[in-house]
Design a protein around this ligand. Structure first.
Ligand code: NAD
Length: 191
């Protein structure tokens, strides 16, 4: 997603982008081939956990916003080994926030008020929803008030349509209930 965002900012706005990525295993810069040498694109191969390197970048470029999309994805793999996920998703976000705050404290009052830190992620990275959040997750009041987004399908009609789909697709339900599927993790099994 970060690559798409970088391409969008470079092609659709006049902003500069300091693109920080540690280039984790299997990550390539191919999607950025056309953007890589753009004058407003500044790529830095840096780990967000490396506070000193991040602080040097902040001091040098003085960005007016941070959009944090770095993540260890495919979280189902964390069941076998969670160390990388804790390091990149939890320690990484904390370290980036800490470095950003340190830099933010040195800004003028006007720049501080303008500065934004945006963490783009999903429950895949934040962790599962608790009971309270589940209650709020079906309350679209906030998103309608703050972003003006109103779902095309209400929660009630969505549940009704989903239930009807199951009732009308017995063969599919029977196949799932037959016992052939043993809740194995398909992404791992298919490797
Ligand atoms: N892809 C989607 O459809 C989608 C949808 C909604 C939300 N999201 C969320 O957006 C975020 C990014 O997802 P994505 O699909 O772009 O993942 P991705 O795996 O394609 O990209 C993540 C990037 O983070 C980098 N990275 C990981 N740890 C790092 C670290 N410590 N320092 C610097 N860079 C690091 C990796 O090298 C990689 O380039 C995730 O939090 C994900 O949950 C993704």
């Amino acid at each position: 997603m970060g690559e798409a965002l970088v391409r969008y900012i470079i092609s659709q706005t006049d902003h500069h982008v300091i693109n920080v990525d540690k280039l984790a295993y299997a990550v390539t810069l191919d999607p950025l081939t056309e953007t890589m040498d753009h004058l407003r694109h500044h790529f830095q191969k840096v780990d967000i956990c490396h506070a000193q390197a991040i602080e040097e970048l902040l001091a040098h470029y003085q960005p007016d916003a941070i959009m944090h999309l770095a993540a260890e994805t495919h979280v189902d793999c964390s069941i076998d080994d969670s160390a990388d996920f804790i390091q990149n998703n939890i320690v990484g976000a904390f370290s980036l926030l800490k470095s950003t705050r340190k830099n933010w404290l040195g800004l003028s009052i006007e720049s501080r008020q303008r500065f934004r830190f945006n963490h783009i992620s999903t429950d895949e990275v934040y962790g599962g929803l608790g009971e309270t959040e589940v209650r709020y997750a079906i309350d679209v009041g906030n998103i309608a008030r703050e972003l003006g987004w109103v779902p095309e399908v209400t929660f009630e009609s969505g549940i009704k349509n989903t239930t009807l789909w199951y009732l009308e697709n017995h063969p599919w339900c029977q196949a799932v209930q037959s016992g052939n599927y043993q809740r194995q993790r398909l992404s791992i099994e298919s490797k």
